[in-house]
Design a protein around this ligand. Structure first.
Ligand SMILES: Cc1cc2nc3c(=O)[nH]c(=O)nc-3n(C[C@H](O)[C@H](O)[C@H](O)COP(=O)(O)OP(=O)(O)OC[C@H]3O[C@@H](n4cnc5c(N)ncnc54)[C@H](O)[C@@H]3O)c2cc1C
Length: 486
């Protein structure tokens, strides 16, 4: 019997665990280690954050699903990986600290044959003074954050109703943030709700971002060709922001969030201050702080993990200038170069570099969106790694070829909500292929023009709403769940 341990029950880890169990059946043990008791469909936190859904609609308990599927569920936080085991036993192991109410604080060492690190991000609210829901700004990164944020937004709406002017700032709380798409969705959903409630006129809505231009989204922007006309994502987004009267601050690194103002520096050397009554600012991400030790207990954390705390996989991590970045730098198997039974997927793997061209302020502070690892690639990586492991176990060959799923060859579809409602909702549907531009295959901009396009409309909202239902159905392992693509 092989033992596979999956760290993290988010989009990538949950997908990997469910496929592994489906493929391997009851003769092998699949264990999921995760500190949370609930699964969260994070994309719909945007709608929780504007009061259009509640926490129960975007989360569900993991325990019954894992019980039904025969997956061992360890409600715990992984703290250290021991890929060579320890002095008593050379079997690889992972150290966990239980978080379930009945065992909180208990330590356990779990042995494994294969380990998948799918621990996602640590939300670095500490990277900017005053950032985050424990300080001066709101967040929609978790369902609980989004619930608090919706209540704060409701208070803003009440003040607007009473005739008070309000300034709302939404965006990125640091120069190295990722997930610009989520901030974009939130600012447009807030705009939509304010219009719906008839209070938009008294509100100033500002989008503050580290992107070099609108529509960058951390993927270097996109060029669309439709009916012989070339449009950039910058032009497209620019018109959407202008239409809605949303003000924009670009190329900004937030230096501090005060109780009612954001201080920021821009790449042209300016220092700005934007007052607000309500701010939702996303934090930058880093790895969750796993450590690693060799058999003798010596730290190998720096060998296994990048300085960002994300797991190094089969990428080319050579530091090189933007002009030399290549599609080939991106990983395809997500296997650790140091240990062939260790994998990193979703946000937990270390990207080789950004996708967008990085900039800095004159004093050298990075204003450089980190590469997004959105739901679709995270799920696809989860499934690919599950297939690799299942194949190796079934063939009894730990070096059987790995399945590949490089972000430089896969396309992605993103549906960015710009307002909810079955009749008045809208979404910007963006497809791009590949996610990471490949200038060798597509010398004109790095992407396939026939597979890269954007469209705004009500149908996009219906699709986004349908995806919510479909992905929750899939994550609950309802009949035929595996037929739903990642
Ligand atoms: C507000 C918001 C909106 C978004 N909207 C979209 C969207 O519309 N479309 C889209 O494609 N993507 C969207 N994304 C991105 C999407 O949520 C991520 O791509 C996806 O969640 C990444 O999956 P993951 O498995 O890597 O990480 P996660 O889903 O974050 O899962 C990480 C898991 O690891 C667990 N974990 C953490 N620490 C440990 C530890 N020490 N030990 C064990 N487990 C641990 C966590 O509890 C969690 O279960 C959005 C993100 C945000 C924040």
């Amino acid at each position: 019997m092989s033992r596979i341990v999956v760290l993290g029950a988010g989009v990538s880890g949950h997908t990997a665990a469910m496929h592994l169990k489906r493929m391997l059946g009851k003769h092998h043990e699949v264990t999921v280690v995760t500190p949370n008791s609930n699964w969260n469909w994070i994309p719909s936190n945007i709608w929780v954050g504007v009061g259009k859904m509640d926490k129960q609609q975007v989360t569900f308990p993991l325990a019954p699903i894992y019980r039904r599927k025969g997956i061992r569920y360890v409600q715990a936080k992984a703290v250290a990986i021991r890929p060579e085991g320890d002095v008593d036993d050379p079997t690889p192991a992972v150290d966990v600290v239980w978080t379930s109410p009945d065992r909180t604080g208990e330590n356990e060492r779990l042995r494994y044959d294969y380990l998948i690190n799918a621990t996602g991000p640590k939300l670095r609210f500490d990277a900017t003074p005053g950032l985050g829901p424990d300080a001066n700004s709101w967040s929609v990164c978790t369902a609980d954050h989004a619930t608090q944020t919706a209540a704060a937004l409701e208070a803003v709406i009440d003040r607007l109703r009473n005739g008070e002017r309000q300034t709302i700032v939404i965006g990125m709380g640091h120069g190295t943030c990722t997930c610009e798409g989520a901030a974009f969705e939130y600012v447009f959903n807030v705009d939509h709700v304010l219009r719906e409630r008839g209070v938009r006129e008294l509100a100033t809505v500002v989008y503050l971002t580290n992107e070099h231009e609108l529509g960058d989204f951390g993927v270097g922007g996109m060029t669309f060709q439709r009916h012989g006309v070339t449009t950039t994502s910058e032009q497209w987004m620019g018109s959407l922001f202008r239409e809605r009267g949303i003000e924009v601050i670009l190329q900004a690194h937030v230096t501090e969030v005060l109780p009612n103002a954001v201080e920021y520096d821009t790449i042209d050397g300016q220092h700005g201050r934007q007052e607000f009554d309500f701010a939702m600012l996303l934090p930058p991400f880093k790895g969750v702080g796993l450590e690693a030790f060799d058999r003798d207990g010596r730290s190998i954390t720096e060998d296994l993990f990048a300085p960002s705390g994300f797991l190094k996989v089969d990428a080319d991590y050579t530091v090189k200038p933007f002009e030399q970045w290549s599609a080939a730098d991106w990983p395809s198997t997500y296997q650790s170069p140091a240990y062939s039974n260790l994998f990193g997927i979703g946000i937990a793997f270390a990207p080789p570099h950004a996708i967008s061209r990085p900039y800095a302020t004159p004093s050298g502070v990075a204003v450089a969106p980190a590469p997004p690892r959105t739901g679709m690639p995270s799920g696809v990586q989860g499934r690919a790694v599950a297939e690799t492991i299942a194949r190796r176990i079934e063939r009894g060959d730990p070096s059987a070829p790995a399945r590949t799923a490089s972000m430089a060859s896969m396309g992605a579809a993103c549906i960015a909500s710009i307002g909810t409602g079955m009749r008045r909702g809208e979404a910007a549907t963006i497809t791009m292929s590949p996610i990471v531009p490949d200038l060798e295959r597509h010398p004109d901009g790095g992407r396939d023009p026939a597979a890269t396009f954007g469209e705004v409309g009500l149908a996009g909202h219906w699709m986004k709403r349908l995806l919510h239902t479909m992905f929750i159905y899939k994550a609950k392992a309802r009949p035929g769940w595996w037929l739903i693509p990642e």
